[in-house]
Design a protein around this ligand. Sequence first.
Ligand SMILES: CC(C)(COP(=O)(O)OP(=O)(O)OC[C@H]1O[C@@H](n2cnc3c(N)ncnc32)[C@H](O)[C@@H]1OP(=O)(O)O)[C@@H](O)C(=O)NCCC(=O)NCCS
Length: 180
Amino acid sequence: MKAGRGLELRPLYLRDAKAIFALVETNRERLRRWLPWPDANRSVLDSRAYILRVRALQRRGAAQSFGLWWQGALVGVAGFVWIDPINRSGGIGYWLAQEAEGHGLMTRAVTTLVRHGFRTLDLNRIEIRAGVRNLRSRAIPQRLGFRREGTLRQTERLADRYVDHAVYALLAKEWRAAKR
Ligand SMILES: CC(C)(COP(=O)(O)OP(=O)(O)OC[C@H]1O[C@@H](n2cnc3c(N)ncnc32)[C@H](O)[C@@H]1OP(=O)(O)O)[C@@H](O)C(=O)NCCC(=O)NCCS
């Protein structure tokens, strides 16, 4: 999916494992501040296993993740980390390489995912959860008109602490109304 300004969301393929692992390796310390999985991703084989897991979930309609390609390079990953087809809801997750931060790329990617979620996946509700103190991440749903619904206390265990999450959601009817 083209997201504008040279940014493209492409499905993840096994051939991307090396590039993903290289990004994790160079961004390990900043990613592990806010994400639980970098410590378990220690080799290209782990990245391959991740891609295989994502693709299996995708086949079952339970998730859908994309590599973010910008200026010919993979710069991050974003997608629906979970999809609940019964309730037609989904949760978006994301991360970017440091050198790609500060250009509005993730806001663009999430705008594209939201459109895809409501139009193509026929979702009714899209959620984004972010660490209460992860202000860069929280800025994304705030910019895109998500409503903050509350706080989940100590809901995520990171390397050295439990973190509270701010929960944001956007409903299909709100998205449609805002587009008019
Ligand atoms: C969270 C994360 C993806 C945010 O990245 P980001 O680059 O700040 O997000 P965006 O792509 O939306 O860009 C916003 C920034 O680009 C700037 N920008 C430039 N052009 C812009 C545009 N057209 N639209 C929006 N923002 C723009 C904004 O001013 C802002 O920069 P600032 O914070 O210095 O003011 C990134 O910090 C990250 O990967 N963090 C580590 C992993 C993580 O926390 N993941 C989320 C877990 S919930």
